[in-house]
Design a binder for this molecule. Structure first.
Ligand code: NAP
Length: 423
C-alpha cells in the first residue's frame, strides 16, 4: 500500500514538496489539490509578466507531473468542496502550501475610496487571476502612489511605467495592457516608511528601475549615505548593493523621459484623501527611534488618483484550520499529527521561489521521517467518490495542458501567451 499524500496548493511550495515526496518515498500517491483551474500559484498570478525567466521553474513542475502517481486536481476548494477534517481522514499526510493571498490593510482613513487597491488584487488583475480580472482599477488622471519598498512595489511600477515595446516577450494580460495604454500616467510615487538603507527590495529589481525607457527615477528625502545594518550577512550585502544602485540612479541624466518615479523615503501614509474617488495621499515624515519608525508630525500631500498598497499579505484560512493571526498555526511546520505547512502560509509572505523551495523540501523530508507506514485510509479513491457525490467537477493536468496550448496560440504579437481568465 502506498503513502497517501494530499498537497493543498499548486504553487512552488506545493510542487517542490511533491517532487521531494516522489523522490524519497518508495510507494506513494500524491494529489495536488488546487482551488483554481490552473496550476502554479504565484508563478502564474504573482510573478511579474515581464519576468518570464522566473517562470521557467514550471518546467521542473511539469516533470513532477509526468509521474503517474501524482495527480493535479484543480477546481476543488478546501472548505467549500471538501473539509479540512475530511482531508485528514482521507490522507496519511496533508501538506498545506496555500500561500498568502489576502491583502493587508493600511488601517488609515480613506482606504475604502475608489482607487485604492491592495497589491494582491492589483497584481492579480494584470496577471489574469480569476478573482481579480474584473477589478477595472481607476488609473489617472493624476499619479499612482505605491506604498511599500519591496519587490512587489517595484514590479507594479515597472508594469505601469513600461511601454508596450518594453513589455515585449511578456504575458501581460490584454485587459490590463489596454487599460494601462489608455492612461497617460506621468507620476509614480513609491513610498518607503523607512530609508533607502532599509528598503526590502533586492538589487536586481532596484537595478531595473534605472533601465526604464520612459521613466526617470528621482530619490527624495534620502541622501544615500546611511550604512545599512543587518544581522544577516546576505541581507547586509544586498542592502549595500541597493545603496550603490540607488546612488547610480540618483546621478542618472534625466534625458527626455516624460514619466517620473518619485522614490519617496522616510514617509508613511496617514490618510487617503478624496470624497468618493482618491484625490491624494497625506504622508507624514518619519524617523527611526530605537530602531522603530516614528512620525515626526510634519505632513505633506501628494496628488494621486490611485493608491496601491504593496505591504504584504495574510493567509486565507478555511473551516477549522488552526490559524495564528495571519499564518497557519504551526510548530516548526507541524500543524498537528500528519499535517504540515510550508511557504508563505507557514511564516508570512517572505522569501523568493528559491528560498521557499529549500524550506518546502526540508518540510517534506520531515513529513517522511514522521510517516508511520501505510494505513487503510481511502486516499484518492475516497476523494474521487466524495467529489462525485457532491457534484464537483475537478480538472486534471491534461485539461491544463490543453488550456496552455490555447493560451500560447492566442498570444498577441510580441507576447508569449494570452491567459484564459474566465472559467
Ligand atoms: P516585502 O518585501 O515584505 O515589502 C513590504 C514593504 O511594505 C516594506 O517596505 C515594508 O516596510 C512596507 N510596509 C509594510 N507595512 C507598511 C505600512 N503599514 N505602511 C507603509 N509601509 C509598509 O513584501 P513584498 O514586496 O510584498 O514581497 C513579498 C515577498 O516576495 C518578498 O520576500 C519579496 O522579495 C518577494 N518577491 C520577490 C520578487 C523577485 O524576486 N523578483 C518579486 C516580488 C516579490 P518596512 O520594511 O518598514 O516594514
Amino acid at each position: 500500500m502506498s503513502a497517501k499524500i494530499a498537497i493543498i496548493g499548486s504553487g512552488p511550495s506545493g510542487f517542490y514538496a511533491a517532487d521531494t515526496f516522489a523522490k524519497k518515498l518508495p510507494d506513494y500517491h500524491i494529489d495536488i489539490i488546487e482551488r483554481l483551474h490552473t496550476p502554479f500559484g504565484l508563478v502564474r498570478a504573482g510573478v511579474a509578466p515581464d519576468h518570464q525567466g522566473t517562470k521557467n521553474v514550471t518546467r521542473q513542475f511539469e516533470r513532477t507531473m509526468q509521474n503517474e502517481n501524482v495527480r493535479f486536481i484543480g477546481n476543488v476548494e478546501i472548505g467549500r468542496d471538501v473539509s479540512y477534517g475530511e482531508l485528514k481522514e482521507l490522507y496519511d499526510i496533508v501538506f498545506l502550501a496555500i500561500g498568502a493571498a489576502k491583502d493587508r490593510k493600511l488601517g488609515i482613513a480613506g482606504e475604502d475610496l475608489k482607487g485604492v487597491y491592495g497589491s494582491a488584487a492589483f497584481v492579480g488583475w494584470y496577471n489574469g487571476h480569476p478573482d481579480w480580472v474584473e477589478l477595472s482599477p481607476q488609473l489617472g488622471p493624476d499619479g499612482v502612489a505605491i506604498i511599500g519598498n519591496g519587490n512587489v512595489a517595484i514590479d507594479i511600477v515597472r508594469v505601469l511605467a513600461k511601454s508596450s515595446e518594453e513589455m515585449e516577450g511578456s504575458d501581460l494580460c490584454v485587459h490590463a495592457e489596454d487599460a494601462i495604454r489608455r492612461t497617460n500616467i506621468k507620476d509614480f510615487y513609491m513610498i518607503g516608511r523607512r530609508g533607502a538603507a532599509q528598503a526590502a527590495f533586492t538589487p536586481s529589481e532596484a537595478n531595473e528601475l534605472g533601465h526604464l525607457a520612459h521613466c526617470h527615477p528621482v530619490i527624495l528625502n534620502d541622501d544615500l549615505t546611511q550604512a545599512p545594518a543587518e544581522d544577516d550577512p546576505k541581507d547586509q550585502k544586498n542592502k549595500e548593493k541597493n545603496m550603490e544602485i540607488l546612488r547610480g540612479l540618483a546621478s542618472q541624466e534625466r534625458a527626455d523621459k516624460e514619466k517620473t518615479l518619485h522614490m519617496q523615503f522616510w514617509a508613511k501614509p496617514i490618510a487617503i484623501l478624496g470624497e468618493t474617488n482618491v484625490e491624494g495621499l497625506r504622508l507624514e515624515r518619519t524617523t527611526l527611534v530605537d530602531g522603530r519608525v516614528k512620525g515626526t508630525g510634519e505632513t505633506f500631500d501628494i496628488k494621486v488618483s490611485t493608491v496601491i498598497s504593496a505591504i504584504g499579505y495574510d493567509t486565507n484560512g478555511f473551516d477549522d484550520l488552526p490559524m495564528d493571526g495571519s499564518i497557519v498555526k504551526n510548530n516548526d511546520g507541524l500543524v498537528e499529527e500528519g499535517v504540515y505547512v510550508a511557504g508563505w502560509c507557514k511564516h508570512g509572505p517572505q522569501g523568493t521561489i528559491p528560498t521557499n523551495r529549500k524550506e518546502s523540501m526540508e518540510m517534506a523530508k520531515i513529513a517522511i521521517e514522521n510517516y508511520n507506514g501505510p494505513s487503510d485510509k481511502a486516499g484518492p479513491n475516497g476523494l474521487d467518490k466524495l467529489l462525485t457525490d457532491r457534484g464537483v467537477t475537478p480538472v486534471d493536468f491534461e485539461n491544463w495542458k490543453r488550456l496552455e496550448t490555447d493560451e500560447n496560440n492566442r498570444a498577441r504579437e510580441g507576447r508569449v501567451r494570452e491567459k484564459i481568465v474566465h472559467f
